[in-house]
Design a protein around this ligand. Structure first.
Ligand code: SF4
Length: 318
């Protein structure tokens, strides 16, 4: 039986104890695929209104940042939001798991899509929190500038710094179908660049995207591996209310992946994922009434149990 290099195992090896991610959602951040820079509406599965409330300007307009914003009147508020979310989650994790070390995970929206000065202020503040050993920054490959990569590479000299990119698929036709707003060439270019800057990359992949076959899903895994990413997150596509995918599902033009097919594909993926690749996630779901389908994604505990059993039958311990 071989132990898969999970995030837990990687962090324990590196820091001598468990390291917990603290997810952060900063108001005012958006995504070029939502604000119209690249597209509107976002990826077909993205319920973008639910991520975080937008800040309101004095005129009652929604305030959102972009890299070209000249002025950020809400920076102080964003910094205090960061601090309060950190303190709140840290208290819970410390109480529940006796957690001692943390990574600040800028998770919602596109977390490099803001003026560089805003990003610097947020990242620096996060790294000054007690017991924080690093950052993980969720973003898109079309939303990182060389200045941001250079700045992050400076931070990475003394801290653990990860950039998390949504690859989703290695197929342009799929990326178009899901309204991703960038192509595979963009993914390849910016993952290569990010790694050249010495930053660790975690690639997100989705199994069950519209019209994708098992072979296509495995090809996407192969592409991520060929790019040399240090880590992977894989999850099944599920449909939630108020998304374009929900409309397709209701019309009958999208059928979600079955649990059997998801797990079968995952087991095959592990045959090609190198032992040194950190696998941070293999499941996903939501346990509330917003989930439309598939129903097996409403119970992450059972989902994970079934995944573990299947992997064990293949000689792998997750
Ligand atoms: S890139 Fe992320 S935040 Fe932007 S639309 Fe897609 S899923 Fe939503």
């Amino acid at each position: 039986m071989r132990d898969i290099l999970t995030a837990g195992r990687y962090f324990r090896q590196k820091f001598g104890c468990s390291v917990y991610k603290i997810p952060i959602s900063i108001s005012g951040f958006t995504c070029p695929n939502i604000d119209g820079s690249v597209a509107r509406g976002g990826c077909v599965f993205c319920e973008n209104e639910s991520f975080s409330p937008n800040l309101n300007s004095k005129k009652g307009q929604k305030f959102t940042l972009s890299p070209s914003s000249k002025h950020n009147p809400f920076l102080e508020m964003q910094l205090s939001q960061l601090e309060s979310q950190y303190k709140h989650t840290k208290a819970i994790l410390s109480h529940k798991f006796k957690a001692k070390k943390f990574i600040i995970y800028f998770q919602s929206f596109t977390n490099t899509y803001a003026p560089l000065e805003t990003l610097k202020a947020l990242y620096q503040k996060a790294l000054r929190f007690e017991d924080v050993v690093g950052l993980s920054i969720g973003t898109r490959t079309d939303s990182v500038s060389l200045e941001v990569l250079e700045y992050l590479s400076c931070l990475a000299q003394s801290k653990e710094v990860w950039v998390e990119y949504g690859i989703q698929s290695a197929f342009d036709e799929t990326l178009q179908r899901i309204n991703r707003g960038h192509d595979v060439e963009n993914i390849i270019k910016y993952i290569n660049l990010t790694r050249k800057y010495g930053l660790k990359v975690c690639a997100h992949l989705i199994f069950g995207l519209p019209k994708e076959t098992k072979d296509m899903m495995l090809q996407s895994v192969k592409m991520a591996i060929s790019l040399g990413v240090e880590s992977l997150k894989i999850h099944p596509l599920y449909v939630v209310q108020k998304t374009a995918l929900a409309n397709d599902f209701v019309k009958g033009s999208f059928e979600p992946i079955t649990q059997e097919m998801y797990i079968e594909t995952l087991v095959e993926a592990f045959k090609i994922i190198p032992e040194t690749t950190i696998v941070q996630r293999v499941s996903a779901g939501v346990s509330n009434q917003t989930l439309l389908s598939p129903k097996w994604c409403d119970d992450k505990h059972t989902q994970m149990k079934n995944i573990r059993i299947a992997l064990k039958n293949s000689g792998l311990n997750y």
